[in-house]
Design a protein around this ligand. Structure first.
Ligand code: NAD
Length: 433
C-alpha cells in the first residue's frame, strides 16, 4: 500500500519504518527540515533499538521518503496516518492544535478517496471532530473516512512493540475503511479489535491511566515498606504471581514520566470533567506521582536539613533507560527543586545531556559517570541505565565525600552497598545508615 505518515517523531518515525519493512511505500511528512535531512541520510533522529538498521534498509530499497511536501505525501497515498504531538495545555486538557493544523493543511489535497488515521493519542470525539473539520474545509465526504488507531508502543522497545504488540485497536464507522486498515495490519498477525471510534479513543486513555495507577499504587506500598521495614521486591514478586495482577509495572521508583503517562492521565481527568465523570482514582495516581518524583529531595532534606551549597550528582536524565526522551522526566523536577534550595548540581546521562542542557544551561554536565561524582555529597539515581547498576562502589567511595546514595530506581545490589558501608536510601528496599 501507499502510505503517508504525517509527523516524524517517536511514533511517526517508527510507524514509517515498520510499515516500509512490511512491504509498503511510505512517505513520512515532517515539518522539521533538520529531521528530514538527517533521516534521508539514514541518520536516526531518536535513540531506539534497531532503528538505524531498519531506516537504512528502507532507504536503500527506496520504500521510504522523508519530506516536507505534504501535497506529494497525500496525493500519492491511500492511507494517511496522523502522528503529530498532542501535548497538554496549561490546564491539562489535550492540545489539539497540531491535529487541527494537519487537517487544515491536507484538506485541499484530498481529491480522491483516502483513509485518514488518527494514530496520535486524542480525546474521545476526535474522530468525529476530524470528520467535521474536513467537511467544513470543503472536502467531499465520499473522498475520505476517518479511523482511530491508537498506538501502544513503549519507547526503547518501539520497533518490537509495533511488530509484536499485544493488540491493534481500530475504531471506525465505515466498512470500506475497516477493510483497508485490516489488510494493512494483517501481516502483523496481532489480535485486532475492531470497534467504534469512541471506544478506540478511550481504550488508549484507559490503558495508560491503568498502568500509571499501577505504578503509583506500588510506589505507595514501597514508601510504607521503608517505614515498616518490609521488602518491596518480595511484595512485588508475590503480587505479580497472582495472574489477576500480573508482574508488569510493579517496580517501585521515583514515579512515571515520559510523553504519555503524565499527559494522558490528566487528559483523561479532563475528558471525564467534560462529561461529568470524576476520575478519583486517576487523580490520586497523579497526586502520588507528583509526590514520588521529588521524593529524593525530601529524603535529602531529612538527611542534611539544609542543602544549600551541597554538591549533588544526578545520574540519569531520561524518564527511563533505553531512550533519549527527557519529556516529563522525574529528574527535571528533582533538579528544579534542588536548584531552588541552593544545591550545586552535577549531571550525567549516557544519552540525553544535550537535550537537558537547553532547560538547565547553568548546571555542570559530565561525559563520564565517575567524573560526575567527584566531591559530591550525594548521588541520586534517577534512571535505570544498566551502567548504574554495575557501578563500582569502591570507586564511588573514593570519589565522593561521605557518600549518601538515593537509589530512585532500585538498581543497586543492597548486599554490595552494605559491604561498602554506604549511607543508602532505596524506594521500599531499605534505608541503610
Ligand atoms: P513527537 O513530538 O516526538 O513527534 C511529533 C512530530 O510531528 C514532530 O517531529 C513534529 O515536528 C511533527 N509535526 C507536528 N506538526 C506537523 C505538521 N503539521 N506536519 C508535519 N509534521 C508535524 O511526538 P510523539 O512522541 O511521536 O507522539 C505523537 C503522538 O503519539 C502523541 O499524540 C502521543 O501521545 C502519541 N503516542 C506517543 C507514544 C510515545 O511513546 N512517544 C506512544 C504512544 C502514543
Amino acid at each position: 500500500m501507499n502510505i503517508c505518515v504525517i509527523g516524524g517523531g517517536y511514533v511517526g518515525l517508527i510507524t514509517s519504518v515498520v510499515f516500509s519493512k512490511m512491504g509498503n511505500k511510505v512517505i513520512c511528512v515532517e515539518k522539521n527540515i533538520e529531521k528530514i535531512k538527517k533521516l534521508n541520510k539514514g541518520i536516526p533522529t531518536i535513540f531506539e533499538e534497531g532503528l538505524n538498521e531498519l531506516l537504512n534498509k528502507s532507504l536503500n530499497s527506496k520504500s521510504i521518503l522523508f519530506t516536507d511536501n505534504l501535497k506529494e505525501g497525500v496525493n500519492k497515498s491511500d492511507v494517511i496516518f496522523i502522528a503529530v504531538g498532542t501535548p497538554s495545555t496549561k490546564d491539562g486538557n489535550v492540545d489539539m492544535s497540531q491535529i487541527t493544523n494537519v487537517i487544515n493543511e491536507i484538506s485541499s489535497f484530498i481529491n480522491e478517496y483516502k483513509v485518514i488515521v488518527n494514530k496520535s493519542t486524542v480525546p474521545v470525539g476526535s474522530q468525529k471532530y476530524v470528520k467535521k473539520l474536513l467537511i467544513e474545509n470543503g472536502v467531499n465526504p465520499k473522498n475520505f473516512d476517518v479511523v482511530s488507531n491508537p498506538e501502544f508502543l513503549r519507547e526503547g522497545k518501539a520497533i518490537y512493540d509495533f511488530l509484536h504488540g499485544d493488540r491493534i485497536v481500530i475504531g471506525h464507522d465505515s466498512e470500506k475503511a475497516k477493510d483497508i486498515i485490516k489488510k494493512l495490519y494483517e501481516p502483523f498477525k496481532i489480535v485486532t479489535i475492531f470497534t467504534t471510534p469512541e471506544t478506540a479513543e478511550l481504550i488508549k486513555y484507559a490503558s495508560n491511566a491503568f498502568l500509571s495507577t499501577k505504578i503509583s499504587f506500588i510506589n505507595e506500598i514501597a514508601n510504607l515498606c521503608n517505614k515498616v521495614g518490609a521488602d518491596i521486591d518480595t511484595i512485588s514478586y508475590a503480587l505479580g504471581l497472582d495472574k489477576r495482577i500480573s508482574p508488569q509495572f510493579l517496580k517501585p521508583g521515583i514515579g512515571f514520566g515520559g510523553s504519555c503517562f503524565p499527559k494522558d492521565t490528566i487528559g483523561l481527568v479532563k475528558i471525564g470533567e467534560r462529561y461529568g465523570s470524576d476520575f478519583k482514582i486517576v487523580k490520586s495516581a497523579i497526586k502520588v506521582n507528583e509526590y514520588q518524583r521529588i521524593l529524593p529531595v525530601k529524603v535529602l532534606l531529612d538527611e542534611y536539613k539544609d542543602i544549600k551549597g551541597k554538591i549533588i550528582s544526578i545520574l540519569g536524565l531520561t524518564f527511563k533507560s533505553e531512550t533519549d526522551d527527557i519529556r516529563e522526566s522525574p529528574s527535571l523536577y528533582i533538579i528544579e527543586e534542588l536548584l531552588k534550595k541552593g544545591a550545586v548540581i552535577k549531571a550525567y546521562d549516557p544519552m540525553a545531556s544535550n537535550e537537558i542542557k537547553k532547560l538547565f544551561p547553568d548546571i555542570q554536565y559530565f561525559d563520564n559517570l565517575y567524573d560526575t561524582l567527584l566531591d559530591s555529597s550525594s548521588m541520586i539515581i534517577c534512571t535505570d541505565w544498566k551502567e548504574f547498576s554495575n557501578i563500582d562502589l569502591e570507586v564511588v567511595k573514593k570519589k565522593m565525600k561521605n557518600p549518601f546514595i538515593i537509589d530512585g530506581r532500585n538498581v543497586l545490589d543492597i548486599k554490595k552497598v552494605e559491604k561498602n558501608n554506604i549511607n543508602y536510601y532505596s524506594i521500599g528496599k531499605g534505608y541503610i545508615k
